[in-house]
Design a protein around this ligand. Structure first.
Ligand SMILES: [Mg+2]
Length: 213
């Protein structure tokens, strides 16, 4: 029997990385002498590809230079404040002990996602880290399907903090579990009709254990 796999988004789902991303995102505006966007407005866009995020706040001709500033700044600051959310390490360990596979499916590039999860001590708890390396990003299901193919398992849950995660999970044929502590608030997440909308990861463990029976 193929192992059941739980697929997680990364930023805003497993790790509280939003302040470091926001700081690196805003750094380029100051460096280029552009008006720096409000941190709250930036936070609401995190999870989209960088180019799309910058296009929301800057003239099109500045987007490439801003992306270059981000890619200069973020690798030097990606663990300044970023930490796993409470309970994440324990949950991943418990899922694997119960015989499930775990995967990450993120809009970050694979190399940066792997660097982040390694630095935070999570890499040994994840069977495959799949970034979006030049193919359609969430809400397209591609990154989830590639993660499942790499793991060699059947997808059970997609866990994420944005409506794009939920749409991608549904498109990939998984059940969807929305978490309310990241980019999108509960009301926004509810508009995507996840199977579960939760304020902790505890129900995920219980629901996943039930699926074994
Ligand atoms: Mg996210």
């Amino acid at each position: 029997m193929r192992p059941k796999t739980i697929v997680f988004d990364l930023d805003g789902t497993l790790v509280d990385s939003l302040p470091d991303i926001s700081n690196s995102f805003r750094y380029g505006f100051a460096k280029l002498g552009l008006p720096v966007p409000d941190a709250t407005a930036v936070r609401a866009e995190i999870g989209k590809p960088l180019e799309e995020m910058y296009a929301s706040f800057a003239p099109a001709e500045q987007v490439a230079a801003l992306c270059a500033c981000y890619r200069e700044h973020y690798p030097q600051h990606f663990t300044d404040q970023t930490r796993p959310y409470p309970g994440v390490l324990e949950l991943l360990a418990q899922l694997r002990q119960a015989g499930f596979k775990t995967a990450v499916a993120t809009t970050k590039q694979s190399f940066m996602a792997t660097r982040l999860l390694t630095a935070l001590g999570l890499v040994a708890l994840i069977d495959h880290i799949q970034g979006t390396d030049g193919f359609p990003h969430k809400p397209a299901p591609d990154v989830i399907l590639r993660a499942l193919a790499a793991v060699g398992g059947d997808g059970l849950w997609m866990v994420g903090d944005t409506v794009s995660d939920i749409a991608a999970g549904k498109a990939a044929g998984l059940k969807t579990y929305a978490v309310s502590w990241g980019t999108h608030d509960a009301a926004t997440l509810a508009s995507a009709h996840p199977d579960v909308l939760a304020t902790t990861l505890t129900p995920l463990l219980e629901l996943t254990a039930l699926s074994q029976k």
